[in-house]
Ligand binder design. Structure first.
Ligand code: BGC
Length: 681
């Protein structure tokens, strides 16, 4: 269907965050004029020491509650921040907590409303340890799936990152303040403290920053990254912290340094606009006071940072010093564990299913094997670590769901002697653990390659040689290569699926629930199909091409494209109606569940200028929506691609790109059901 229309309004890039299904709240929950008047009255009464004290944390290591605090000011009744990681649950240093599926799995749900529930639940469990500020979400663009912290973010696409990160913040901030991280272009672990990421303005603004802009419209705090960006460390980058974040975007909140190694000099940090140094005053504290006394830093610079700290506290209701209140009963509640299981169900991606190998019928005999079949595998051991009791392994999930069904575990070292011929299906559980990927220095760092480990490959080769119905369940934080694709009948990507992951895996394999996850990251055929991953050089250059944007340029097909995922039912997408309005481009489309099971389909809209621009990706995700449909049912989805998706960043700033734009409606970056064209004058 082709539709030519006029673009009626000139969008205002300075005030147009991408729209999300959850909408936007005002940044300040109090009356901002009263807040500023309160600060005007308070600031002159604070000594330099008292001001400087507001700008750094108390100590290097977390306190007994597992938090990093900034000091309370008892004289002025200003409470300190009480911070804790993290992205998939309250940090392990604070004791047992619910392990939610990692953000990669949550990105695969493509369900911001569900993500808001996760944000709120993590907020509640963090607040149970006295926290008032959560060090999450992580929303860095996954430039390459070998990034050790790939699991912590929502994938490769800024529109998906913006929607999911924003939803997390909305949920978390019902309970605590959220600190979105790591600003910006932070996506390598092994050189993370030193690497200088060189990037031009256009890819920076169009690919690496748009979701931050969306999220800081509501997030109380931003964490500046360790890596350097075009020279200075991100935590000392005036262009990032002041020119972009504050001057261009109007962000009124605080910027906090990443921990210990992000800052280098007092003047550099202060003049860039860094407000709070964590976890202690390495270049702030006494050194900042001395710099003011020596005249190297103007008192107004300190006062401006203190103003932002006070504003953030007051705007988000941190009004008084309050005694620490710990309430472990708020953790590991049935509701949170059930939510973790639901998210694992919704985020697991059925990558392929040849000949209907899945679901497994209740009467069939199942052998389960694999090195990690009975391993509690919930992800990285770095700052996102969660101390989760009673994690349900894949084997335990299958065993417990199976009940009277015939399912047995064969350890890998007993596999050679096992008779597989009696089994109707063999399930191999393979993939990554915290030994293979994680945070740099604290844990395993970047992945060595996209391949599975040799021992997993050997198990798959062994089993596929002896059985013709083999299903592989994969754990891991991002894409894996699958040279065994044609030997294995079906594969389910479970990511690191959290405390109840094994139960979710079992329900999906047996068809008690219908898979609905969609990939938030491109799975390439080979690693060479992606841009190189350089975690050795201390200078790297980023452009606008990674993931599907890169494959669109090279014309190489993905193994499984961004947005891909199968279901046990089938869907048909009707002809879309595409209308240009003041609010962007509205796409309306019917979706029908044509199979005999209930299911969820995710419809994706990609937009790009019709005339090729070799310096830019051909298209980008502009909007998406989900249809939850009973068998045979039809629904109508409406999605709006925001005006910002039709703009490019040039020397003069954001410019609407006029002319013909192609609008593609489909079910992955490669499965496009309909193409329309609009004309932007
Ligand atoms: C990580 C942050 C984390 C902080 C506190 C840093 O090393 O990069 O993501 O929030 O530590 O644990």
């Amino acid at each position: 269907m082709w539709l030519w229309a006029l673009f009626a309004c000139a969008p205002d890039p300075a005030t147009a965050p991408a729209d999300t299904p959850l909408g936007l709240e005002p940044w300040c929950r109090a009356d901002s004029a009263e807040v500023e008047a309160w600060i005007d009255g308070l600031l002159p009464t604070m000594t330099l020491d008292e001001q400087v004290a507001q700008l750094s944390g108390n100590q290097l290591l977390p306190n007994a509650a597992g938090r990093w605090d900034t000091p309370d000011d008892e004289v002025h009744d200003i409470p300190g921040f009480r911070m804790m990681d993290g992205p998939r649950g309250a940090h392990s240093a604070s004791g047992p907590a619910t392990a939610f599926p990692v953000a990669a799995a949550r990105g695969a749900t493509w369900d911001p409303a569900l993500e808001a529930q996760v944000g709120e639940a993590i907020g509640v469990e963090a607040a149970a340890a006295g926290v008032n500020m959560l060090l999450a979400p992580t929303v860095n663009v996954l430039r390459h799936p070998r990034w050790g912290r790939a699991q912590e973010t929502y994938g490769e696409d800024p529109a998906l990152l913006g929607a999911m990160g924003s939803a997390f913040v909305t949920g978390a901030q019902r309970v605590v303040l959220a600190q979105v991280k790591h600003f910006a272009v932070n996506s390598i672990e092994d050189t993370r403290f030193d690497v200088d990421v060189r990037i031009d303005d256009a890819p920076l603004h169009e690919v690496y920053l748009p979701h931050f802009r969306t999220i800081v419209a509501k997030a109380a705090a931003v964490m500046a990254a360790y890596n350097h960006v075009n020279g200075p460390p991100a935590s000392e980058s005036h262009p990032l912290l002041t020119q972009i974040l504050r001057d261009q975007w109007g962000y009124p909140g605080i910027v906090v340094s990443d921990w210990v190694l992000a800052t280098e000099t007092t003047e550099g940090a202060a003049h860039a606009g860094l407000d709070v140094e964590m976890p202690y005053g390495k270049v702030y504290g006494d050194l900042l006071r001395e710099a003011v006394e020596d005249g190297r830093v103007h008192p107004a610079v300190v006062a401006a940072a203190v103003r932002r700290v006070l504003r953030t506290k007051r705007c988000f209701g941190l009004d008084h010093v309050v005694p620490e209140a710990l309430d472990p009963s708020q953790r590991l509640t049935d509701a949170h564990l059930d939510l973790a299981e639901l998210v694992a169900l919704r985020g697991s991606v059925l990558l392929y299913n040849d000949g209907g190998a899945l679901p497994i019928a209740p009467t069939e005999r199942v052998v389960v094997t694999g090195r990690i079949a009975d391993v509690e595998n919930i992800g990285d051991l770095g700052s996102s670590a969660v101390d989760a009791p009673d994690v349900v392994t894949a084997w335990e999930g299958l065993r417990d769901l199976a009940g009277a069904r015939d399912v047995s575990l064969v350890a890998v070292d007993a596999l050679a002697a096992a008779d597989l011929s009696a089994a109707d299906v063999v399930v191999v559980v393979a993939g990554l653990t915290s030994e293979d990927e994680g945070e740099g220095l604290l844990a395993s760092g970047d992945r060595a390659s996209l391949a599975l480990r040799d021992d997993d490959l050997a198990t798959i080769a062994d089993v596929t040689a002896r059985h013709d119905r083999v299903v592989v369940v994969l754990y891991g934080g991002s894409a894996l290569t699958m040279p065994w694709r044609t030997d294995v009948e079906a594969a389910l990507m479970a990511w690191y699926p959290g405390a109840r992951g094994g139960s979710a895996i079992a329900r999906l394999l047996y068809g008690d629930d219908n898979p609905s996850g969609r990939l938030p990251v491109t799975f390439p055929v080979e690693e060479a199909d992606l841009p190189p991953f350089d975690n050795v050089s201390l200078t790297v250059t980023y452009d606008a091409f990674h993931g599907y944007r890169h494959l669109d340029r090279t014309g190489v097909a993905a193994l499984f494209p961004f947005g891909h995922g199968l279901s046990y039912t089938t869907f048909v997408v009707g002809d879309p109606e595409v209308v240009v309005s003041d609010d962007g481009v509205r796409v309306t489309v019917d979706v029908t569940n044509t199979g005999d099971r209930d299911g969820i389909e995710t419809i994706q809209v990609y937009v790009g200028p019709t005339q090729d621009d070799p310096t830019r990706p051909r298209r980008a995700l502009g909007a998406f929506a989900q249809a939850e449909l009973a068998a045979g049912a039809t629904t109508t989805l409406t999605m709006t691609v925001p005006p910002g998706s039709f703009e490019v960043y040039e020397a003069s700033g954001w410019v609407r790109r006029t002319g013909a734009w192609t609008v593609e409606v489909g079910r992955s970056a490669s499965a496009i059901d309909a193409v329309a064209q609009v004309e932007l004058p």
